[in-house]
Design a protein around this ligand. Structure first.
Ligand code: AVJ
Length: 333
């Protein structure tokens, strides 16, 4: 039996298996149809993370030009003890969008905290398997794995928490940056409402920095980010019967200073028609027309603190990596 399958029984059966409406093929098709009919055309970035997309993202994290992951990992390694210091132990740790679990493992190892239960929440089954294998040894009181959206994971977290253990919820990697500011605010409120007094949130966010650094981070010379972006079209072809010609789209990253975000686009190199069978969609793209696939909002360090307090958290402590410009902020409930 593969290691992950053997650990499946650690799912919390009392809560039951949730159905995952945001992740099934029908919802994927509906969101693709809705986004591609919009002006400007758009696709939701949460669908990047199929097995290949998750592997490409792992590769991005090793690129010299994408410093988010390394900056955050070094902050966590250095300040691990301070990060967990306010929480009564033994405690639980939950991570929204845990990816491969590397940063959580660093926190568990470097903090030496008595962590009994671990909740992993991610939209990618492949990432969850990797994370589960990594941190299982630290979860003396069970590892709960939730393949789903943040909202689904938070609902399960609130319903399945251990009575006398505070929860530190991790929301790292600047994943908050994929939400436009009103949606980000709303998500922070949902996180806050899923937690209780004595709990905390550790939020990792990338900061505004010079434009050339931002553009290189999202349009790297090796073309890995371009492949990550184009893989969304490949996924639509494979899962929804799409006819995208992957060679006919160029990756473009632009810093939109006024909006405070890096935008990732796929630009149609020529006028072309595309069908997506499962979405019942036929569209014609003009030469130079863009499909906007991702926003990566960048924050000011003080702005992040304000957002957490506005969402109802009571206090904040912040650690900043000044060189790469990345902030880790811990909020108390
Ligand atoms: C995982 C959403 C934080 O926006 O920086 C990396 C994804 N996209 N390179 C980001 C990503 C292109 C990443 N997040």
């Amino acid at each position: 039996m593969p290691p992950f399958a053997a650990r499946r029984p650690t799912y919390d059966n009392a809560v039951g298996e949730l159905t995952l409406p945001a992740l099934d093929t029908q919802s994927f098709a509906a969101e693709v149809a809705e986004g591609l009919r919009r002006t400007p055309r758009q696709l939701p970035s949460k669908y990047f993370y199929d097995a290949l997309g998750s592997s490409l993202f792992d590769a991005i994290c090793h690129l010299p030009w994408y410093r988010v992951t390394r900056a955050e990992s070094s902050l966590i390694a250095r300040y691990a003890a301070a990060i967990v210091e306010p929480f009564a132990q033994p405690m639980s740790i939950a991570e929204l969008g845990c990816g491969n679990g590397e940063k959580l493992e660093i926190l568990l190892q470097a903090s030496g905290a008595a962590v009994r239960r671990i909740h992993l929440i991610d939209i990618s089954a492949k990432a969850l398997e990797a994370a589960a294998v990594r941190v299982e040894q630290y979860a003396g009181d069970g590892l709960l794995v939730c393949e789903g959206t943040y909202e689904q994971g938070l609902a399960r977290l609130a319903a399945s928490r251990r009575p006398n253990q505070p929860i530190l919820c991790l929301f790292l990697g600047s994943n908050i940056g994929n939400f436009d500011p009103p949606a980000g605010r709303e998500l922070l409120k949902v996180i806050r409402r899923s937690l209780r007094e004595g709990d905390g949130l550790l939020l990792g966010s990338d900061l505004v920095k010079p434009e050339r650094d931002l553009v290189l981070a999202y349009d790297d010379p090796l073309g890995v980010t371009a492949a990550f972006n184009r893989n969304l079209l490949r996924r639509i072809n494979d899962e929804l019967g799409g006819t995208f010609d992957l060679d006919a789209f160029s990756h473009r990253a632009v810093w939109n200073r006024l909006a405070g975000r890096v935008e990732s686009h796929l630009i149609s190199d020529r006028r072309q028609s595309v069908q997506v069978a499962a979405a019942d969609l036929e569209l014609t793209l003009e030469a130079g027309e863009s499909i906007w696939t991702e926003s990566s909002y960048k924050y000011e360090a003080a702005g992040i603190v304000d957002e957490g307090i506005a969402a109802g958290f009571s206090a904040a402590q912040q650690w900043v990596e000044q060189d790469a410009r990345f902030a880790l902020t811990r909020f108390s409930v």
